[in-house]
Design a protein around this ligand. Structure first.
Ligand SMILES: NC(=O)c1ccc[n+]([C@@H]2O[C@H](COP(=O)([O-])OP(=O)(O)OC[C@H]3O[C@@H](n4cnc5c(N)ncnc54)[C@H](OP(=O)(O)O)[C@@H]3O)[C@@H](O)[C@H]2O)c1
Length: 271
């Protein structure tokens, strides 16, 4: 059965793994066209193939590094070309229905006293500056499109500071502040602006945070049931598919086992 998202155009950053990849498949299953960006092209190729398999009329990918303005601008130019040239599903002039600012993550879990410049720069460049760059480049494609939706992926780290997470918390607090500012700036336009803020989701997030240390990454989810990327993707589809007059400003999604960042119920082997 056609949904509000059938034949829509959805652009997803950070689509090569985790929440972004799951979102590509979930929107594809609604019959949306998906435009996917990230740095790892081999991974994007596989995600695009799975999105086509899930039902996307068009699922295309292009290299994107949100930490560089030139890469963001080239990516959005490419996206515009795809939208305009895609036969019965295309549009001229190009317009987007959904932008999902998802590229980002954490690096390191250190007290400020031991913080690393490279880790801090990654977090600010992706979660904050990258989101601003992509939004700036995409806004002309969104602002006049009835029912369009700008979805930013925040975190519960954007709502509370935690020990050893200063830079990531600062970045996600930044994401939330940007979302609030955009909601005000775009009031009067048909664009919905939303932040979706997850707790623990088992993706490559912790592997990236711990610089590839798989054992340490696994420990984060030990004895508890984390969210899956698909849980967040399902929520993103729901938010974007609300009627055009309904804006879900903020959505916090946590595992049942996680009441707060540092309040996690873990089962021991004997429990
Ligand atoms: N997992 C969680 O527990 C959790 C909780 C709250 C919020 N989040 C947020 O959810 C979002 C997605 O994370 P995830 O959990 O799905 O982790 P993930 O599996 O590590 O995915 C992160 C995505 O971001 C992309 N990315 C990183 N740097 C990039 C750059 N410079 N340019 C373009 N893309 C870049 C990665 O692609 P490439 O490496 O191929 O570029 C990857 O596709 C992030 O914003 C994260 O902060 C995650």
């Amino acid at each position: 059965m056609p949904s509000r998202l059938t034949d829509s155009w959805v652009l997803i950053t950070g689509a090569s793994s985790g929440i972004g990849a799951a979102a590509a498949r979930a929107f594809a299953a609604e019959g949306a066209n998906v435009l996917l960006g990230a740095r790892r092209l081999d991974r994007l190729q596989a995600v695009a193939a799975s999105a086509r398999h899930a039902g996307a009329p068009n699922a295309m990918f292009h290299e994107l590094d949100v930490s560089r303005t030139s890469s963001v601008d080239a990516f959005v130019e490419w996206a515009k070309d795809q939208i305009e040239r895609c036969g019965p599903h295309g549009r001229s002039p190009a317009a987007l229905d959904v932008l999902i600012n998802n590229a980002g993550g954490a690096k390191g879990l250190d007290p400020v006293a031991d913080g690393k410049d490279d880790d801090w720069e990654f977090m600010m460049q992706t979660n904050v500056l990258g989101l601003l760059r992509v939004t700036r480049a995409c806004l002309p494609l969104l602002v006049d499109q009835p029912g369009s939706c700008l979805l930013n992926i925040g975190s519960i780290a954007g709502r509370q500071g935690y020990q050893n997470g200063a830079a990531y918390c600062a970045a996600k607090h930044g994401e939330r502040a940007i979302t609030q500012a955009l909601r005000l700036e775009l009031c009067g336009k048909p664009v919905r602006v939303c932040t979706v803020d997850p707790g623990f989701v088992e993706t490559e997030f912790s592997l990236v945070r711990f610089h590839g240390d798989a054992g340490r990454a696994r420990k984060v989810y030990e004895g508890m049931v984390p969210l899956r990327a698909e849980d967040i993707a399902e929520a993103l589809v729901w938010v974007a598919a609300r009627p055009p007059h309904v804006c879900i400003d903020e959505l916090v999604i946590k595992p049942t086992d996680q009441a707060a960042i540092d309040k996690v119920h873990r089962r021991t082997a004997s429990a």
